[in-house]
Design a protein around this ligand. Structure first.
Ligand SMILES: O=P(O)(O)OC[C@H]1O[C@H](O[C@H]2O[C@H](CO)[C@@H](O)[C@H](O)[C@H]2O)[C@H](O)[C@@H](O)[C@@H]1O
Length: 261
């Protein structure tokens, strides 16, 4: 087993079995980062791999992202897959039903105005306006990170129904009480995920909620990259490494199926 410098092992390909529920974060896990959130590219061959896994797992594969589900559909073109968007504020089940969390529209509108005004004073900082949440991105202007570190919590403090979710060069404001762990738990209560052992891959702070949940449920958490501290139990180095690993999972599952025939 390859061991990284922080002593987390690489997950074996047989971590995923036909009885697994596979949860995959998007940016930083399946997708390499891009300056513009709309500029990400699905690596060649990845959709074939994911389609094969989706079939072998009888649909128990879900994208779990901070992005809106509409954005995931634009990127992956798989509107039939289960997906949690905006950190679980919207969750699409495999029957196509989408469950959303109620949001105080008036408070969200005030928050949006404030976030847009704040961005005006930081040229180049992008505002990503999603239906239930809003994000301030500074990947292209990391010089604003220090300012945002103070400004974002100050804005969040004025909106009691919302909470701050920091991420990779981003501060997101989202309605209180929902996170990726809650979203994964909800999936595990519904078919085809129910009764399966969860495996979760993610790279960012927002994925830690899901890591804790799957660890508690006897599953396995895989951190992508080297961010520490993390409660994940395995690690992969990059989205490219994730792709290679998913290919090895697919091969192991195919071999196992052939062996059972
Ligand atoms: O939960 P995820 O799927 O990892 O989504 C987290 C956020 O991802 C996107 O932002 C991140 O990726 C962008 C594209 O590579 C990058 O420009 C940005 O700096 C990153 O923070 C997305 O735009 C957000 O809505 C997601 O919440």
């Amino acid at each position: 087993m390859t061991v990284t410098s922080d002593h987390l092992p690489r997950p074996p390909a047989h971590l995923v079995t036909p009885g697994t529920a596979l949860f995959l974060d998007a940016d930083g896990t399946l997708l390499a980062f891009a300056d513009d959130p709309e500029g990400v590219v699905v690596p060649e061959g990845m959709l074939d791999t994911l389609d094969a896994l989706h079939e072998t797992l009888d649909g128990a594969l879900a994208l779990v992202s901070g992005r809106a589900i509409a954005s995931l559909d634009d990127i992956f073109g798989r509107p039939r897959w289960a997906a949690a968007g905006q950190h679980g504020l919207e969750r699409r089940e495999t029957d196509g039903r989408t469950v959303t969390v109620p949001v105080d529209a008036a408070e969200l509108a005030r928050l949006r105005d404030e976030v847009h005004s704040a961005a005006l004073a930081m040229p180049g900082v992008r505002v990503e306006d999603k239906s239930w949440s809003v994000a301030l991105h500074c990947r292209e202007h990391p010089e604003y990170l220090g300012e945002l570190e103070h400004l974002a919590p100050a804005i969040a403090a004025r909106f009691p129904g919302f909470e701050l979710q920091p991420g990779s060069y981003v501060y997101e404001f989202k309605p209180r009480g929902m996170d990726k762990g809650v979203a994964v738990a909800a999936f595990l209560d519904t078919p085809p995920f129910r009764g399966r052992s969860p495996v979760y891959l993610g790279d960012d702070l927002t994925d830690e909620h899901a890591f804790s949940l799957v660890n508690d449920r006897g599953g396995a958490s895989v951190r992508v990259g080297a961010r520490t501290p993390s409660s994940a139990v395995f690690t992969l180095s990059s989205p490219g490494d994730v792709h290679a690993w998913l290919d090895s999972v697919k091969a192991a599952l195919t071999q196992g199926a052939a062996g059972r025939q």
